[in-house]
Design a protein around this ligand. Structure first.
Ligand SMILES: *Cc1c(COP(=O)(O)O)cnc(C)c1O
Length: 413
């Protein structure tokens, strides 16, 4: 019997229920993925018992000889993947990695410039609801009428506001980033440049998205999205910034590192260094292209008219139903998505006119372009037949049948 089952049936039953949901339903949330059995085993290992404040070789606790080696391997593999000068693998999440970067080089009141939240940016890029918007004076650039970042407007804003730091990267932007153009603007105004590649890190690691590393002072990422590791973050920097960055992670903004998660990051980075990972990321892109193309053939508008990466944004501005309505209907059809604001959003952030769709998780379970096209048709059918309960039930049955043929790595059957 599983020890959780023996000791705590309430939690065990919920874990089993979540396992069933992950197995049966189709996961299209662009920021989610399925970690491998090896990654999950590392995350569930005895390393959770170890305190290791500090860095390998410079700890504030004894007994760190083993975990020092674990963290060194995680760092070496991260540097091999991304080619940065230095990395700190301790941030507990992407938000923590960003907070540490800001703390390492900004003073309260400094100007922080990032992509507007409703245009696809992340909360930690200066939203007033977060420390990034409370401690720093945030200003935001936006996308133009074609849904792409307007580099002339970025330059004008930077010249006017003189930011101490410019942040690139997004949670809901389907196009590539021109890091060289951002570098030129940052240099013109004397700003530091951060690339937050939380979403596209897996693509960057295999060369299917331009790398920000040659252009940026700092690069942060989550480890659980396209990178397919455990829930967590890492922060990379040029050599000159590493000392300040390390102090900003610990003790600046965190206590002891999660050594079990750092072990799981090392395992995931090892997976990402294998040739199969590049093939996986290429399939993620192929599936996104196939899905986007079919949705457009079915009459759905996509923000920016398509995608260059793993995600797309359905633009429902001209439809009678909202992103919230679409999320609910698709949920009943066995397809998990999230509502999302679109540029020039007219509805509230709790209702929205968009749906974000991503292919990383379905690709991990073995879906190919033909599956992505079929799923796009089922999404279109469900949205076009929102009031028809029988139709939604038959779509759900087909989604569950598809998922039945595509086992999730790391999950029992
Ligand atoms: C997901 C995301 C984050 C935050 O990651 P958490 O691990 O949830 O804190 C930060 N930046 C961007 C661009 C993201 O998409």
């Amino acid at each position: 019997m599983n020890p959780i089952e023996a000791q705590d049936p309430a939690i065990w039953n919920l874990i089993r229920a979540e396992e069933a949901r992950q197995r049966e339903d189709l996961e299209l949330i662009a920021s989610e993925n399925y970690a491998s059995a090896a990654v999950m085993a590392a995350a569930g290992s005895v390393l959770t018992n170890k305190y290791a404040e500090g860095l390998p070789g410079k700890r504030y606790y004894g007994g760190c000889a083993v975990v020092d080696q674990v963290e060194d391997i995680a760092r070496e593999r991260a540097l091999q993947l991304f080619g940065a000068d230095g990395v700190n693998v301790q941030p507990h999440s992407g938000a923590q990695a960003n907070a540490a970067v800001y703390l390492s080089c900004l003073k309260p009141g400094d100007v922080l410039m990032g992509l507007d939240l409703s245009n696809g940016g992340h909360l930690t890029h200066g939203s007033p609801a977060t420390s990034s918007g409370k401690l720093y004076r945030a200003v935001h650039y936006r996308v133009d009428s074609t849904g792409r970042i307007d580099m002339n407007a970025v330059r004008e804003l930077a010249l006017r506001e003189r930011p101490a730091m410019i942040v690139t990267g997004a949670s809901a932007y389907p196009r590539l980033w021109d890091f060289a153009a951002f570098r030129a603007i940052a240099d013109e105004v004397g700003a530091l440049l951060l690339a937050d590649i939380a979403h596209v890190a897996g693509l960057v690691a295999v060369g299917l998205h331009p790398s920000p590393v040659p252009y940026c002072d700092f690069v942060t990422t989550t480890t659980h999205k396209t990178l397919r590791g455990p829930r967590g973050g890492i922060a990379m920097a040029r050599s000159a910034h590493m000392k300040a960055l390390n102090s900003a992670v610990f003790p600046g903004s965190q206590g002891g590192p999660l050594m079990h998660i750092i072990a799981a990051k090392a395992v995931a980075f090892g997976e990402a260094l294998r040739p199969e990972f590049k093939a996986y990321q290429q399939q993620v892109l192929d599936n996104a292209q196939a899905m986007a193309g079919r949705l457009q053939e079915r009459g759905f508008a996509l923000v920016s008219g398509g995608t260059d990466n793993h995600l797309m944004l359905l633009d429902l501005s001209l439809k009678s139903y909202s992103g919230k309505d679409a999320e609910e209907v698709l949920g009943r059809a066995g397809i998990t998505v999230n509502k999302n604001t679109v540029p020039n959003e007219k509805r509230s952030p709790f209702v929205t006119s968009g749906v974000r769709l991503g292919t990383p998780a379905m690709t991990t379970r073995g879906c190919v372009a033909g599956d992505a096209i079929r799923v796009a048709d089922l999404i279109a059918d469900a949205l076009d037949n929102r009031e028809d309960a029988d139709r939604i039930a038959s779509i759900r049955a087909e989604i569950h049948a598809l998922c039945g043929t595509k086992p999730v790595p790391g999950l029992g059957r």
